[in-house]
Every structure is written in C-alpha cells, then in structure tokens.
Write a protein that binds this ligand. Structure first.
Ligand code: CUA
Length: 158
C-alpha cells in the first residue's frame, strides 16, 4: 500500500504530538506531583462551627509545616467569616475553606486563587502573598439573592 509522503509526515506529527502530551501529563502528575485539587477532605456541613479548624476562622501561625500560617474561612449565605483579615507580606499561607450551606465561590481578585466551596468538602490552597495591598475575595458561584454582596478582604501588610 502506498502512503503519500505528506500523509506520512502528518501521521508522524500526530503520533509524536500525542506522545509528547502524554509524557508531559505523566511527568507532571507522577514526577512533579501535580494533581487536581482533591475532594478527599470532608466535613459534616451541619457541624462546621464546632469542627476544627472552622470553629476559629481567621489567621493562625503554625509550626513545623511547609507553610507559616493557616487562613481559615467559613462561607455561608451571604458572607465569609472572617469578613476581613490581615496577612503579613511574604508569608506562606495555606487557605482552608468550606461552606455551611450551599456552593459558594472563593476567588481572590488579582491572584490565581479561585476555589469552589462545596458543602461537605474542604477546599485548600497554599500560596504566598508577595505584594502588599488589599485583596478582595468574591463569591463567583451564584448562591442566592445576596450573592452579589458576598465578599471579604485580605490585607497584606509589611
Ligand atoms: Cu456565595 Cu455567591
């Protein structure tokens, strides 16, 4: 069977591309450890207020972990707790958040922090705030009549 030269080139190109992409995914997932955010951390949404660390929302200094602080948020219609928080500049922070009722969003405007908060699950993200300033947290999942009023603020201070 005769295969045209261009067709051969195209086939080789297609298969090579596939192999390159599969290798990139493989290296990224199994060597670099990049995994999609897990839904492994669960919580009883009715007992959020009495379950650690959500019984004390806000910023906490931690020792002996890969991050310096834990920043705990509880979302509920239509507010975040805390409504405002100060974070020292340059600190490595693990954001830990959940919701008490319906699905809410957790987007920190101007950063790449953007999580969905689902009832029964804990969303986590480790980040470093390198630039001082005010960062608005907004809900980007429609959650009801007060959706547009739902916000909080992270102040990164020197
Ligand atoms: Cu909470 Cu929209």
């Amino acid at each position: 069977m005769h295969i045209h030269k261009f067709e051969k080139i195209w086939l080789i190109f297609g298969i090579t591309t596939l192999l390159v992409f599969l290798s990139v995914i493989g290296v990224s997932a199994f060597y670099l450890g990049n995994q999609p955010p897990s839904c492994l951390a669960t919580i009883n949404p009715e007992k959020v207020d009495t379950t650690a660390p959500f019984d004390k929302p806000g910023l906490k200094k931690v020792e002996g972990k890969e991050w310096d602080y834990e920043l705990v948020f509880v979302a509920s219609a239509f507010a975040y707790n805390p409504g405002q928080v100060e974070v020292p500049k340059g600190a490595k922070v693990k954001v830990i958040a959940t919701t008490k009722d319906v699905i809410h969003g957790f987007e920190v405007a101007g950063t790449n922090i953007n999580m969905m908060l689902e009832p029964g699950f804990i969303s986590e993200y480790v980040t470093t705030f390198d630039k001082a300033g005010e960062y608005l947290i907004v809900c980007n999942e429609y959650c009801g009549v007060g959706h547009h009023m739902m916000s909080s603020k992270i102040e990164v201070v020197e």
